[in-house]
Design a protein around this ligand. Structure first.
Ligand SMILES: Cc1cc2nc3c(=O)[nH]c(=O)nc-3n(C[C@H](O)[C@H](O)[C@H](O)COP(=O)(O)OP(=O)(O)OC[C@H]3O[C@@H](n4cnc5c(N)ncnc54)[C@H](O)[C@@H]3O)c2cc1C
Length: 305
């Protein structure tokens, strides 16, 4: 079945919001990326499970997109179905536990938790990702990460079957989880927070936000840290090869933070990719270090350096 036929099948069943040839640059913080063959924005888990099952039966490839703050989508776009998770946005509080839809913004949740005097998400102030993306990446900052507060995760596998994972099964590590290797759609996350002092929680969040504003080029579209920090900070290595300010088209290694690549206007994914490869090559030559990308690369035929 081709994608138009699949689209018509979903339409006939009255399934959710569907968009053919939808430009993904609208859904990534870098503001780059070609079209998705078909974008689907579910709000109901049951319906989403049916759609995944149909995609599986008809061999339509599936990609899962949170708020696109950690992905580089190729200019050619993506084949198949892209499922956007932003419609999963329920939040249920139960004392110090909170159960959250995967489309909820991490920074929004951390603000709500602060208002309730619940500590544990202060580090997340200013991280622009969704809860689902934050689980996949085990998002973290300033020595803390989501790992410290996760209790369990509910997902749908690519056949649409529901699964539940306890924390110990998630293989959480530095910007890593089992979902990096096992493609499933996270729909719900349960977190355990701790009672704290509202003023102290807010003060800690303000400190995190100030550090970000001081150090990060937030005035331009970006995707946060491009490379993982190995033993030595990636930013320091990139600065060490004199790459700050390198520019290809409208893509530039930030002058403010060497581990950020900013979009100065109309950057293409290919230009960002060229910079990524040039930096990797220079760092390898000077320091014999292989810089690994933290951002997830989608739709590139050749991801080799
Ligand atoms: C200015 C800026 C600052 C940042 N600072 C930090 C920081 O301090 N620490 C940090 O860790 N990160 C940081 N990031 C990166 C990013 O915000 C996080 O990695 C975030 O958790 C990604 O969430 P997302 O919804 O944007 O995921 P996306 O970018 O949409 O996706 C990332 C990966 O997760 C998968 N995914 C997303 N949602 C789901 C889901 N529901 N189910 C299954 N798979 C899913 C995608 O398929 C993809 O593989 C920053 C980014 C920016 C732009």
């Amino acid at each position: 079945m081709n994608i138009e036929e699949f689209y018509k099948l979903l339409q006939k069943k009255n399934y959710g919001s569907l968009f053919l040839k939808e430009p993904l640059k609208k859904y990534t913080t870098w503001r780059v990326g070609g079209p998705a063959d078909l974008l689907y924005r579910p709000t109901k888990v049951g319906e989403c499970a049916d759609v995944l099952q149909l995609a599986w039966q008809h061999q339509i490839p599936v990609t899962i997109l949170g708020v696109g703050s950690n992905v580089l989508v190729a200019d050619q776009g993506l084949k198949g179905l892209v499922v956007l998770t932003e419609g999963f946005r329920q939040i249920v509080w139960q004392e110090n536990l909170v159960t959250v839809g995967s489309g909820v913004l991490l920074s929004h949740l951390s603000r709500l938790a602060a208002e309730k005097g619940l500590a544990g998400l202060e580090f997340a102030a200013g991280i622009p990702g969704s809860l689902g993306g934050a689980v996949v990446m085990n998002a973290g900052a300033y020595g803390d990460s989501l790992e410290q507060v996760i209790v369990s995760v509910k997902s749908l596998d690519l056949e649409g079957k529901p699964k539940t994972y306890e924390k110990a099964e998630l293989a959480l590590g530095y910007r890593d989880s089992i979902f990096k290797r096992r493609k499933e759609l996270i729909v719900e996350i349960k977190l355990a927070l701790q009672r704290g002092n509202i003023a102290e929680i807010k003060a800690q969040m303000a400190r995190c936000l100030n550090l970000r504003r001081e150090k990060q080029p937030l005035e331009w579209p970006n995707a946060g840290s491009v490379f993982k920090n190995s033993g030595q900070g990636a930013g320091r290595l990139i600065e060490g090869v004199g790459a700050k300010g390198w520019r290809v088209g409208d893509a530039q290694i930030s002058e403010k933070h060497a581990n950020f690549i900013v979009n100065l206007g109309e950057a293409k994914a290919s230009e960002i990719m060229t910079l990524i490869k040039e930096v990797q090559k220079a760092v390898k030559e000077k320091y014999n270090v292989d810089l690994e990308t933290e951002v997830v690369l989608w739709g590139f035929v050749d991801n080799r350096r």
